[in-house]
Write a protein that binds this ligand. Structure first.
Ligand code: NAP
Length: 479
């Protein structure tokens, strides 16, 4: 048990703020409450979690594809944590806009940043700025009903290129190629259904720059492609190249082996002629070099054919290929956004940190400042991996307890007083319950018969920030 001088007691709990209410933030808050010191009563903590969106759950609500209910189900576990009542949630509060670092430091002894990575990594090739060239992450935000993206998405292409061989590329390609009616059982907002329903798409081409054994997909997500109704998967025998490193990866890694088997089976079994109305093509060994256009609009894409170099990396062959497409989606990874007043590694898109301790410009830890999740280690790994990350960060907090700076205004009402004085229309956990119930009611009341369909819906997502804030009761209650 620690000596907690004047802090960490029932009279003066250790005040902790987590910025970001996605899985990373909730795991960090939860693990802190479950730490030995807290459970034994030796340390009393009082934790607030802020999010810039009116609703909690970050990437799970706004990054996981709607037709992935298993992953969306993680919301259930996070909901339970926040439902306990020992961690407060404040939504619609933007760090750097509504609250500065000085505000947080004045009210909290510990600040943990868990803001994730929401932007698309850049792809610097000619033509990438043409109309019809999109960031995959932006499209994900659109189909997931993100409050800050436009309700409109131009879905007028018959042939589409998706760049990248990660799970986000698969999500983007699957949603683009699926028939909209087959997505209606999910929580997709009305505008997303309408947009996808009107899409004239016939062919979605996914391009990887390396070979079939170098894909970053995961087996379940890859296999799922074959479950889309009336969508054929098309593969190309000339893309099936394996070097020594590929053979080794297939031998030593079960996931790679499973996925290469899946791809090879699809290749062998594919019909000579596709009878489906839509096709999803998987291409390998294609390095994008230029998005082609006319009159400022995408008309095609040009690749350099690559070959494996023995180490699993690809090198150019000098052979170039062009495909006529009217839209290009780059899904080559996410990238974290800089946080005001915190040292940022612009090369990696992460807050500069060591094991979760935020560092200053000289590389020294800034007392009381921490990071966790994708903003700490970059946008790789599945949601579950974030837990180990949170544990490391929380362990740092506990190790540093004695040397933490002391917040000047630690009272739980002080921060809400400040938000109210500034007119910030924050939402609360009770507000989320109201929004949650509202969305479920929209789902129950959805009239699928009117569309000639027989299906039931669990939830229909509310998209507009204003509507979310109103349904959550923030204005009436707080301003
Ligand atoms: P990712 O897994 O890192 O994949 C990025 C892909 O982009 C790789 O295939 C990479 O190829 C390619 N790439 C990078 N730079 C490129 C360039 N300049 N030109 C062409 N291709 C390029 O990233 P992600 O798909 O954004 O996923 C992020 C994380 O979220 C991953 O851990 C992923 O598994 C997870 N996720 C999971 C799910 C799920 O359903 N389970 C859904 C979405 C995301 P190289 O390998 O050659 O670099």
């Amino acid at each position: 048990m620690i000596e907690t001088t004047q802090r960490g007691t029932a009279d003066r709990p250790l005040r902790v703020v987590v910025v970001g209410c996605g899985p990373a933030g909730v795991y960090a808050a939860d693990l802190l409450t479950k730490s030995e010191w807290v459970r034994s009563g030796g340390l009393v903590v009082s934790i607030d979690v802020f999010d810039r969106y009116p609703a909690p759950f970050g990437l799970i609500r706004y990054g996981v594809a709607p037709d992935h209910p298993r992953i969306k189900g993680i919301i259930g576990a996070l909901h339970k944590v926040l439902d306990r009542g020992d961690i407060r949630f404040f939504g619609n509060v933007d760090y750097g806009v509504d609250l500065s670092l000085a505000d947080l430091r004045k009210h909290y002894d510990v600040v943990i940043f868990a803001t994730g990575a929401v932007d698309d990594a850049a792809l610097n090739i000619p033509g990438i700025g043409l109309r019809g060239s999109f960031g995959g992450a932006d499209f994900v935000s659109w189909y997931d009903g993100h409050p800050d993206v436009s309700r409109e998405w131009p879905l007028d292409a018959e042939q589409v290129a998706v760049l990248g061989n990660g799970n986000v590329a698969l999500d983007v390609a699957r949603v683009l190629s699926k028939h909209a009616d087959d997505l209606l059982v999910t929580e997709i907002p009305e505008n997303v259904y309408a947009g996808l329903k009107g899409s004239p798409v016939t062919d979605v081409h996914v391009f990887g720059r390396r070979g079939p054994a170098q894909i970053k997909f995961t087996p379940l997500e890859l296999r799922e492609l074959s479950h889309s109704r009336d969508v054929d998967i098309i593969l190309y025998p000339e893309d099936f190249e394996f070097d020594e490193a590929s053979d080794e990866a297939i031998r030593s890694n079960n996931q790679v082996k499973t996925m290469v088997n899946t791809l090879t089976n699809w290749l062998v079994e594919q019909p000579e002629e596709s009878r489906a109305s839509r096709r999803l093509h998987l291409h390998f060994l294609h390095n994008p070099v230029e998005v082609l256009g006319e009159g400022g609009v995408v008309t095609g894409i040009r690749f350099e054919r690559t070959e494996l170099d023995g180490t699993g990396n690809a090198r150019g062959t000098g052979e170039f290929l062009e495909y006529p497409v009217q839209a290009v989606y780059r899904s080559i990874g996410y990238f974290g956004s800089a946080l005001p007043e915190v040292e940022f590694d612009a090369g990696r898109g992460v807050v500069v940190n060591e094991g979760g301790r935020v560092l200053d410009a000289e590389g020294k830890p800034v007392p009381g400042l921490y990071a966790t999740g994708w903003i700490k280690r970059g946008p790789v790994g599945l949601i579950g991996h974030t837990k180990g990350d949170a544990l490391e960060t929380v362990t740092c907090v506990l190790e540093d307890l004695e040397g933490l700076p002391v917040a000047e205004a630690p009272g739980e009402d002080a921060i809400t007083g400040l938000l109210e004085a500034r007119g910030v229309r924050y939402t609360t956990w009770e507000g989320w319950h109201a929004l949650d119930t509202h969305e479920k009611t929209l789902g129950e009341n959805f009239d699928a018969n009117a569309l000639g369909l027989e299906l039931s819906r669990e939830r229909v997502k509310v998209v507009s920030r204003e509507e979310m804030v109103q349904i959550s009761g923030a204005i009436e209650a707080k301003v």
